[in-house]
Design a protein around this ligand. Structure first.
Ligand SMILES: [Fe+2]
Ligand SMILES: [Fe+2]
Length: 479
């Protein structure tokens, strides 16, 4: 296992001290990162002691250390999964060749773009979640929000390390730009759509960590296959942290569902809103929104970029070893492509036999869709056990898309084409309205800072973290 150096300014397991130039460059970036964190990180909690885990190595048994820390003093470090000796590339045109320790010249632009795009999502989510602490449902949840936030900060470090160590001057410039863009800023937005959407309440936060962090999981799994070994090693370790983010989303949503059912059962009209809960139809609308935004993150269904990434062995499929043909030259992926008519209506469908490499975004999206479904099934079991007839569901992947073959067209949640007028008439039944948003926010107006309390709209978790009780003081407010 690679040695971990925690005593330095930047904790790392990459022997940073042996490369003074790189070390100096990253140490010069560090204060800019901290400025960014203070400006856009969780507002109002920077002086508090938070019970957080900090990555200190990549050892399976004990990679994290748990203790109270003030967020600006969090030890953001650089950790790559251990090198697999003699690792061979597992897919694409370079199948079977030794993995690259340096960036091949002809793939430099492509790899830089992938690293920057991934890197950009990490600070974006911190920016999106910046104000959520002020409406937290419990101290337990508050701590989980901050855990996710600091780790997204570390994921930014992971990508910036690659930019600094392998992409020279361009890489250093990109690392600066990652701190300059801002989520939702019309002049300097983050690169991808979902990362510019406001995430202004905790229902959105749980949907985000369930759906959008799960997109992150699949992007990381695909990058973990990369022929560029440092990228593979970095993303493999990021996945370890990412699992907790999805845990926060899944258990958060399960707790909302559970509480909603309890509240319905105590009301003679089974009216969750009358009891101060999030009603299931509103949950479904937020689900429709964040699922469709997250589907867009996978890119176009038919994509020459995706084909080049795969052909060049820079981005594979999730769990590439589970496939048989790692070159994917001969396969086809049939896709029904909507044919647009004037005015944005769908005139008909054209079946395309898409060469498999060009359909890699869709292949990855398929894995994502079935993974997303698993948690929805769990939520429906909770609803069913409560004797409530409602069921949550993933809408059709055609619904509310703004990239790919369905963009600019209108579909209902079952995937049936709609005219623009029909879409506009029904949109409010499928996506959160201003009044839904106002209602959800009204439930969360008062933050819960007493460790013994839980907001009315969410059930308590089954257990606390790291063997601590649910009502443990995970956040010690200062002052
Ligand atoms: Fe991340
Ligand atoms: Fe994440």
């Amino acid at each position: 296992m690679s040695a971990v150096i925690n005593s330095e300014r930047i904790p790392n397991n990459v022997d940073l001290a042996s490369d003074k130039k790189l070390q100096r460059a990253l140490e010069a970036w560090q204060p800019k990162f901290l400025d960014w964190w203070r400006e856009t990180g969780p507002e109002g909690f920077q002086a508090d002691d938070i019970y957080l885990r900090t990555a200190i190595s990549v050892d399976h048994e004990g990679w994290a250390h748990f203790d109270y820390v003030k967020m600006p003093e969090y030890r953001w470090g650089i950790f790559l999964a251990d090198r697999v000796p003699d690792r061979k590339i597992g897919f694409g045109d370079h199948l079977g060749e030794p993995a690259w320790q340096e960036v091949p010249g002809e793939l430099r632009n492509m790899l830089r773009r992938l690293v920057v795009t991934q890197g950009d999502t990490e600070p974006a989510s911190v920016e999106q979640q910046r104000l959520l602490g002020q409406s937290c449902p419990s101290v337990y949840d508050l701590r989980n929000l901050f855990q996710v936030n600091v780790e997204e900060g570390r994921h930014l470090w992971a990508m910036v390390y690659l930019l600094h160590s392998h992409f020279g001057r361009d890489g250093r410039e990109e690392a600066e730009a990652l701190l300059e863009r801002r989520s939702g800023d019309p002049d300097k937005p983050r690169i991808l759509g979902a990362f510019n959407e406001p995430c202004t309440n905790w229902l959105s936060f749980f949907m985000f960590t369930y759906f959008t962090d799960r997109d992150g999981k699949y992007q990381l799994l695909a990058l973990a296959e990369s022929g560029f070994d440092p990228l593979s090693r970095t993303t493999r370790f990021m996945l370890t942290e990412e699992a907790h983010h999805m845990f926060v989303g899944e258990t958060g949503l399960l707790r909302v569902v559970q509480r909603t059912c309890e509240l319905m059962k105590r009301n003679k009209n089974e009216d969750a809103r009358a009891e101060g809960g999030v009603d299931l139809p509103t949950m479904q609308k937020y689900l429709n929104l964040w699922y469709s935004l997250s589907l867009d993150l996978f890119g176009g269904e038919i994509s020459s970029n995706a084909a080049s990434f795969f052909a060049s062995s820079v981005k594979g499929r999730a769990k590439e070893e589970s496939y048989e043909d790692h070159r994917a030259i001969d396969g086809v992926y049939p896709i029904e492509v909507p044919v647009a008519a004037a005015g944005g209506a769908v005139a008909g469908w054209r079946r395309e036999e898409v060469p498999l490499r060009n359909a890699m975004n869709e292949v990855l999206r398929d894995e994502y869709v079935s993974d997303s479904q698993r948690g929805i099934d769990k939520m429906n079991r909770v609803i069913e056990e409560a004797g409530v007839p409602f069921r949550l569901r993933l809408p059709s992947r055609r619904f509310h898309r703004s990239s790919g073959i369905y963009a600019g067209l209108h579909f209902d949640v079952d995937g049936n084409p709609l005219s623009k007028e029909a879409w506009e008439r029904q949109r409010d039944a499928w996506l959160p309205t201003a009044s839904d948003e106002a209602y959800v926010k009204s439930l969360m107006e008062k933050p819960v800072f007493d460790p013994k309390q839980m907001a009315n709209w969410i059930a308590a978790p089954a257990k606390g973290l790291k063997g601590k009780p649910v009502d443990f003081e995970y956040v010690r407010r200062s002052g």
